[in-house]
Structures are given as C-alpha cells and as structure tokens.
Design a protein around this ligand. Structure first.
Ligand code: MTE
Length: 319
C-alpha cells in the first residue's frame, strides 16, 4: 500500500474448472441454523492449528447478507493477500504463515465496558452461531474480490461486554509476535497493527467477526483465528488475527492512518470520488477479471450504511 503500487493479476488467477467444481461442492454444504455446537466443535475441540486451517465447518447458517456475484476462486483469495506481518508481497502470507500458531489463542477486552477480561478463544466464540456472509472486499489498492465469510455480527459480541456510555469507538489489535511473524522484524509499519471503528459502525449489522471462509476454518494468511470484516470500507480496516478489543471515548489510532494520514483516513469508506493521492479510486480490478469495473460508493452497500455519515464531508475531511 504505502510501498507498493497495485499489481497486475497473473493469468493463474483466472477462474478454472476445478474452482467451479469446488464452488458446487461448497454450495452443497449442509446449512442448518441449529447446528451451532457442531460448528463450534470445529473451533473448540481440535488443538493443532495445522489441522484446523482449512477444516470444513458444519452447521453454518444461511444469512440474508449475500451477493450473487461470482465468488473469487479460493486459490486467489488464499494466495493473493495483504498481511504485512508475514511480508509485503502478495504471496508472502500464504508462504510464511503456514506454521503460525492460532491455538491456544486468547482475546483481551479492555476499556469502557462492564466486563473487561482475557478470554480463551473458544469461550469468546461459544455463544455465537456462525453464518455465511458473501461480501465484496475492496482493497484500497484498487482490486476487489467476493468472499464467502463465515462469522457472526460484531454487535452481538459487543453487547456481551456491556460497553459504558463513554464507549464511542472500538479499537482492535493484531498479535505482536516477531518470532512467528517475520514481517514484524522490519519497521515497515508501526507494530502491532491496530484499527478502529466508531461504535455505530461496529454495531452495524453488516460488520462481522469472521472465523472462516468458503465453509472452512480461516486460513492463517487470511487472519486466523479471528478477523474483522467491514465490507463498505477499504480492506485495511478489516484487521486480522485479533488479540484485543478496547472500548474508548477518543478516536483510536489506526496503523495505516498513522503511517500516511493523507493517504489512509480513519474512516476509509470505499469512495470512488476520493482518489488516493497516488492512484484513482474510480475503478477497480475484480481479481480474475481482465477489464476494470467502476467502484461503487460504500462498495455497493450505500443503502445500508450511507446514513451513518449524514452531513459529513467524506471527500475532504472524513475520508
Ligand atoms: N491485518 C493485519 N493485521 N495486517 C495487514 O497487513 N492488511 C489489510 C487487512 N487486514 C492487513 C490486515 C489489507 S490492506 C487488506 S486489503 C486485507 O486485510 C486483505 O485481506 P485478505 O488477505 O484476506 O484478502
């Protein structure tokens, strides 16, 4: 982002037959809202991360939040990644996150809430039924994908921790572990990676925490074991491998905003009218497609979220 220009898409990423077959297999997965316990079993009962990544999740509930656009091939979504903790090249995360340990894992909740504490991932996830959300993902680098996430509304999780009236924002932090994350041994960014949302954005029904994708446990390179997904914002807001949530009264920092405030705003809503200083945001390249397509305001979710920003200047001030 800061140091690389958007890259051309290699021809290997054009959808092939095996991907279509895989999609059909995926669509035939059992869908049953009542099988939460089975779904949790996939997260809770197995200890070794190498076994977990890619394991099929059963009992994923349907949701109304789907697009019928063609899914990005699994192969592309798991080999063309941004996860600077594992390197800055698109293929680095899939190469260098293979042995990343995502169990045991705990998440700390801090700040303006009634129930702060550190929770084992299994306890953190246990109350939540997992559902599929098929969302567009638009990177600030002007490429996009369509990903079938498996997750649950962040709002449901936030309610459990009873934020106080002073909680105006939520800050999220990624694991800091330079031993496991080779990218953190270089000062490419100010580690650990942090991101933030305004409380109403965090509570919006489109905002989810994802623990899986394509019906399977989240691959390490995509942010295992738990990542944020905010589909109307540029992808860098969707922070990976979360270890901490903090409720704050003041607007929290965000890693890319701190690195280059003129280039990456705190809000970073997808906006074809606000160009990045070094490239246009008017169009984007859908991974696997040749021609560029127009970028949609709020990444096509304007009907659902534009009202969160009424009266705000999203081009010059709150970009
Ligand atoms: N989270 C962390 N911790 N580190 C990162 O480098 N990259 C962001 C976001 N979350 C990033 C991160 C960016 S720029 C994008 S576009 C998305 O993750 C990419 O998600 P994907 O690799 O699953 O497509």
């Amino acid at each position: 982002m800061l140091i690389k220009r958007p890259q051309e898409i290699p021809s290997s990423e054009i959808t092939d037959r095996s991907v279509y077959l895989r999609r059909r297999e995926f669509l035939s997965c059992s869908i049953d809202a009542g099988l939460t316990a089975a779904a949790l079993g996939a997260f809770g009962s197995l200890a070794a991360p190498s076994v977990l990544a890619g394991e099929k999740i059963s009992g994923i509930a349907k949701s109304a939040y789907v697009t019928d656009e063609e899914l990005t091939p699994y192969e592309s979504a798991t080999t063309y990644n941004n996860f600077y903790e594992f390197g800055t090249a698109k293929e680095d995360p899939s190469l260098y996150a293979k042995d990343f340990r995502t169990r045991p894992w705990s998440v700390t909740v801090e700040g303006e809430c009634a129930r702060p504490g550190t929770y084992a991932l299994e306890d953190f996830l246990k109350p939540h039924a997992l559902e599929e959300r098929i969302y567009r993902l638009r990177c600030v680098e002007a490429w996009s994908m369509v990903i079938p996430w498996v997750g649950f509304p962040l709002a449901d999780l936030i309610r459990r921790f009873e934020p106080t009236g002073n909680a105006k924002y939520v800050e999220f932090t990624t694991l800091l572990d330079p031993q496991q994350m080779p990218g953190q041994r270089r000062a490419v960014l100010d580690w650990p990676y942090v991101e933030g949302l305004r409380m109403d954005e965090a509570m919006h029904p489109l905002t989810i925490l994802a623990a899986g994708m394509y019906g399977e446990v989240l691959p390490n390179q995509n942010g295992a074991p738990l990542r944020l997904v905010v589909p109307w914002k540029y992808g860098f807001k969707s922070i990976k491998s979360i270890v901490k949530l903090r409720f704050t009264e003041e607007q929290p920092g965000s890693t890319w905003n701190r690195a280059a405030p003129d280039e990456y705003g705190f809000y970073s809503n997808v906006n074809p009218e606000r160009d990045h200083p070094r490239w246009s945001q008017a169009k984007e390249r859908r991974i696997g497609e040749f021609l560029k397509r127009p970028t949609l305001p709020f990444n096509g979710y304007a009907d659902q979220v534009a009202s969160l920003y009424t009266g705000m200047d999203l081009v010059n001030r709150y970009f």
